[in-house]
Design a protein around this ligand. Sequence first.
Ligand SMILES: Cc1ncc(COP(=O)(O)O)c(C=O)c1O
Length: 360
Amino acid sequence: MINVTMSFLPPLAEYTKYLESIWERCHLTNHGPLVFELEERLKEYFGVKHVFLMTNGTVALQIAIRAADLKGEVITTPFSYVATTSSLVWERCKPVFADIDETTFCISPAEIRKNITSETTGILATHVYGYPCPVDEIEKIAAEYNLKVIYDAAHGFGCRYQGKSLASYGDISMVSFHATKLFHTIEGGALFTNKDDLAHKISHMRNFGHNGPEDFWEVGINGKSSEFQAAMGLAVFPYLDNIISSRKERSDQYREELKSTSIRIPNVPAGLEFNYGYFPVFFSKESDLLAVKTALNAYQVYPRRYFYPSLNTVNYVEPQSCPVSEELSSRALCLPLYPDLKPAEVKMICRIIRETMDRL
Ligand SMILES: Cc1ncc(COP(=O)(O)O)c(C=O)c1O
């Protein structure tokens, strides 16, 4: 069976070495030394002043929304994973969907402008597949209307744009370290910010609002990461370059094998050092996608419809029209991509795709 992804596991002995140190200290969670060590490594790797490891990316997003004091209307993208929208709704904000740009797959600045009202407090945008949002234009809009910007950079680990890590843009960025991501802590995520005031809020909010053992600064939640999660991150860290380069090799192979088809394969955007976290392809119509998906499934190959459905259509938001996102999400498919995927498997997947397309 070939799934859309397979988690990377470091050699067991390297994880065990960290576990032995946990056993020695009997410090399992609550800001232990491994969490601290991983946060320091992440700060250096991302070049961002403050990094807060969290138990997952979704709680991290919710804390970011609270820390940035978003309320009322928040302009967001319809083309993302559901956690982007659901976090806003969970935090009692109203998601207002600005349609995406069909070349970047990210939120369109012109559509953001159209949707700003007196109730708008911020923008929550996703660097979808690790492709950058138009960060400079978004920054300009935010300054003009005094809006906070949170980036869902769940897919952005290892991406650098215009010479800076993708997580260094906006007021706060969230990166997911879920087991399916190219860098992971089993479950996990982190918030990144260069702003001291936001960092102060985030650090208290992820720890129940504690300000010392018997004092509380404000309301908080439990967003802490454990030593076991941090241990996995530390054990995966040395393999990052290999993980990214083997993903690039598989992506290049897909591109070559599929170039004779009518499938649209997006190019890596200019100015982006890419992480090859996903291999999205776009069919010319949804029926082609469905035929290819069925054919692959018959060989036990399971690509994923990332991102489908368009989030402006989920049943708990007010219906809003986003034709570009609805159209693209009906035709987008992510093909299997992970370091252990064999070149022969990529070849077989592409052969099935080509043969199916030829029959359509
Ligand atoms: C765009 C996006 N946002 C948020 C999340 C949520 O992250 P987590 O699974 O770490 O809670 C994901 C997870 O896959 C995602 O793809």
